[in-house]
Design a protein around this ligand. Structure first.
Ligand SMILES: Cc1ncc(COP(=O)(O)O)c(C=O)c1O
Length: 364
């Protein structure tokens, strides 16, 4: 048997620690997971109430075209139904883009560190990956543009960027869009869109019709709290969507996920309330970090990358022993840091105290 050469050097995605695993290992009753940027408030109660009704007709394949969700979302986003593609999470839309546009001899440009699935899927397709180091947590736009040549097929912009949480300003994104040659597809990954409130943020949908080489990715996994159902989407010109569609599995999103997404879209008060609470807790975290001289990136997402005077692994282990699962920066390509999802207010207060205690114990 002979697998693709590139796969010999690749490792499967290593998910964050699971709650049950940590409970058992540390003999703890309660674990708070702040590692995967999930919504600590769960998801809309309307989805929860109607979930039992959604299990009807599971013997049938789902609607492969997601017609009802498509109609609903197109209306909300004010785009044509043909401008949408749905995926088993936006992860799958990333994979579909790579399957469609990348191959040996082509290259793709992205920041580093950024969301790792761009690189992972590009490598599997045999493309050259050109990574440009972030500058202070920001995409280094000029250096990224310099990497583009006639073999570049896809440019990835992650805003706010995972794992730094830093967003690209409207003028930065506009500059990229007007500088990139038309043969390059620009992907703007907005997985954390609903959390953004910066005045200079880019409203990508407003320019969708101006650029034929643009696709926007969004998801129901973060603010909508439906990560376990796996549903995300891309919005682009009809031509781009038509080009991508043959690379999509025919029944890639489930009946339940499609129905839950419709119900979740109907409950915008859940989004308003949980993002407002998130912003408040994030501001309190920023204040705590400022008060204690701890550095961080100014995040526009539902997580914060905190800089530490010790290794991220050491802080990760300490917090784990206290019942908090976070992401160590070492695992994300940013040593001496942790990435912390913003949780419920009461949990944030406890984790802040634990961070403080750990840092006092190593500096005293
Ligand atoms: C920037 C970014 N894009 C995409 C995803 C994938 O999300 P999903 O596949 O759950 O839609 C994530 C998940 O963490 C992310 O951080």
């Amino acid at each position: 048997m002979q697998a693709k050469e590139i796969l010999k050097n690749m490792k499967p995605y290593k998910p964050g620690k699971q709650i049950e695993e940590v409970k058992e290992e540390y003999g703890l009753d309660r674990i708070v997971k702040l590692a995967s940027n999930e919504n600590p408030f769960g998801f809309s109660s309307q989805v929860k109430e109607q979930l039992p009704a959604l299990i009807n007709q599971l013997e049938k394949y789902p609607d492969g075209y997601s017609a009802a969700l498509r109609k609903k979302l197109a209306g909300i986003l004010n785009v044509k139904e043909e401008q949408l593609i749905f995926g088993n999470g936006s992860d799958e839309v990333v994979q579909i883009i790579c399957r469609t546009f990348l191959e040996a001899g082509a290259n793709t440009v992205m920041a580093t560190p950024t969301f790792p699935q761009y690189r992972h899927n590009a490598l599997i397709e045999g493309a050259e990956v050109r990574e440009v180091s972030l500058q202070d947590g920001h995409h280094h736009v000029e250096a990224m543009l310099e990497q583009i040549d006639e073999r570049t097929r896809v440019l990835w912009l992650c805003t706010p960027n995972n794992p730094t949480g830093v967003h690209m300003t409207a003028s930065e994104v506009r500059h990229v869009l007007s500088s990139v040659p038309p043969h390059v597809l620009v992907v703007i990954d907005e997985a954390y869109y609903e959390y953004m409130d910066a005045e200079d943020r880019f409203e990508s949908l407003e320019v969708l019709n101006e650029y034929e080489n643009l696709i926007i990715l969004r998801t129901f996994s973060k603010a909508y709290g439906l990560a376990g159902l796996r549903i995300g989407y891309g919005v682009a010109s009809q031509e781009i969507i038509q080009t991508l569609e043959p690379a999509r599995e025919p029944f890639n999103t489930s009946t339940i996920a499609q129905a839950a997404a419709i119900l979740a879209l109907d409950d915008q008060s859940f989004i308003t309330e949980s993002t407002a609470s998130n912003r408040k807790s994030k501001q309190e975290l920023f204040k705590f970090l400022d008060d204690h001289g701890i550095g961080y990136y100014p995040s526009q997402a539902n997580f914060v990358l905190v800089h530490l005077p010790i290794s991220g692994d050491e802080m990760f282990e300490h917090l784990l022993s206290k019942g908090f699962i976070v992401r160590s920066g070492e695992a994300l390509g940013l040593p001496n840091s942790i990435r912390l999802t913003i949780g419920k207010e009461e949990d944030m207060q406890v984790i802040q105290a634990e961070i403080k205690e750990k840092l006092q114990s190593v500096t005293s």
